[in-house]
Design a protein around this ligand. Structure first.
Ligand code: KG4
Ligand code: ZN
Length: 351
């Protein structure tokens, strides 16, 4: 069995996990530690890069120690170290990278650099040591990555070969949830707050139209929806309260989910595929999970969504991607080349 220690610090979560690959293509999570900085950023209404970097410095070593301890392992049991190299906030990424390089150098381990988006795509194979391996999609399939920074559909040809099918032309879906929550004074991060309030609202109270981008039928756009919510607030005359606020967020959530489902169906049709995986923080949204599962089932296809703890940022998913990339690094062993790695703030999933 090969054990990989994975480290993630691309945004506002400091995370470490120990994973190992299964024979059947899944990935066993032996420990999974996430220290969120959400409460530190909440009063600013979003992630402040400098605050994120400073707190990664404080948290990263205790988080790694507790991941090793949780797996019941010591340094000598590890076969490789994996770390998020990008995309993300440079200062935040550099903290994880420097620590991973130090561990690789001190313990003579290969260092596996991982693309954060490939991590999200790999979360679908994760399971706890006592849980059975989840059902896995066949290749090729499509994957929707929907988070605070990304909203895109990929064609996944193999666990390490991915191409971009469609992208957002403006905001990411999670960003739209966060901005709408901010307009309404609901706090940060907005997604869970909007979802909780939407349960009490009438999702047909407001009719928000589905955007169509000329010549790019598969691409997403959320800025018009955000503006439509602002227009509805202005038309109300004051910040809506009580039922009026619940109706507004329910209608917004319905429109956002409708667009995500619409583009996934159009992309599956165009590619002639019937299986979809979903990942990223917005994949925690219950309406999105249910709607995509229903739609895929009604089309005779299958939808795979990881448990919610592995949809938001975590290190287990970085470890999962690393298990797929590992063979060439394990064969090569520790290398001084690894110590030259730099953060990649913008890094398309394949390049
Ligand atoms: O993947 P993630 O943890 O970090 C990024 O890489 O961005 O995603 C965070 C995003 C935030 O925008 C948050 O508001 C959104 O995911 N989110 C949700 C829900 N939970 C988190 N959006 C809608 N519904 C949710 N339940
Ligand atoms: Zn993410």
């Amino acid at each position: 069995m090969s054990y990989i220690l994975a480290i993630e610090s691309s945004c506002d979560e400091t995370a470490a996990a120990v994973v190992s690959p299964d024979l059947g293509g899944g990935v066993t999570v032996h420990s999974d530690v996430v220290r969120s900085q959400v409460s530190l950023h909440a009063k600013w209404g979003g992630v402040v890069p400098e605050i994120a970097s400073r707190n990664h410095v404080v948290d990263v070593l205790p988080v790694i120690s507790s991941a090793l301890e949780g797996a019941g392992l010591s340094w000598g049991d590890l076969d490789a170290v994996a770390v998020t190299q990008g995309p993300g906030l440079v200062g935040a990424l550099l903290v994880g990278l420097q620590v991973a390089k130090s561990i690789a150098y001190a313990h003579q381990l290969p260092l596996i650099p991982v693309n954060h988006l490939l991590g999200h795509l790999s979360a679908v194979g994760l399971h706890g040591p006592e849980e059975p391996q989840p059902e896995l999609p066949s290749y090729p399939h499509l994957a929707l990555v929907v988070s605070g920074g990304h909203t895109a559909i990929y064609k996944v040809n193999s666990p390490v070969e991915v191409s971009l099918i469609s992208n957002t032309s403006d905001d990411a879906a999670g960003e739209a949830f966060d901005k709408v929550a901010r307009m309404l004074g609901l706090g940060y991060p907005g997604g869970p707050k909007v979802e909780a309030l939407a349960h009490k609202g009438d999702d047909r109270a407001h009719r928000f139209t589905l955007p169509r981008l000329k010549g790019r039928p598969l691409d997403f756009s959320f800025s018009g929806l955000k503006t439509a919510v602002l227009t509805a607030i202005k038309a109300h005359g004051a910040l809506p309260e009580g039922q009026a606020m619940a109706d507004l967020v329910a209608s917004f959530q319905r429109a956002a989910v409708h667009q995500l489902v619409d583009r996934c169906c159009a992309a599956l049709d165009r590619e002639g595929l019937s299986e979809l995986t979903v990942a990223g923080g917005v994949a925690c949204n219950q309406l999105l999970r249910v709607r995509l599962s229903e739609v895929l089932t009604s089309r005779g296809g299958r939808c795979f969504v990881p448990p919610k703890r592995w949809c938001t940022d975590n290190a287990a998913m970085i470890g999962a991607a690393a298990t797929h990339l590992a063979p060439r690094y394990l064969e090569r062993g520790a290398s001084f080349e690894d110590l030259e790695l730099n953060a990649r703030s913008a890094w398309p999933v394949m390049s």
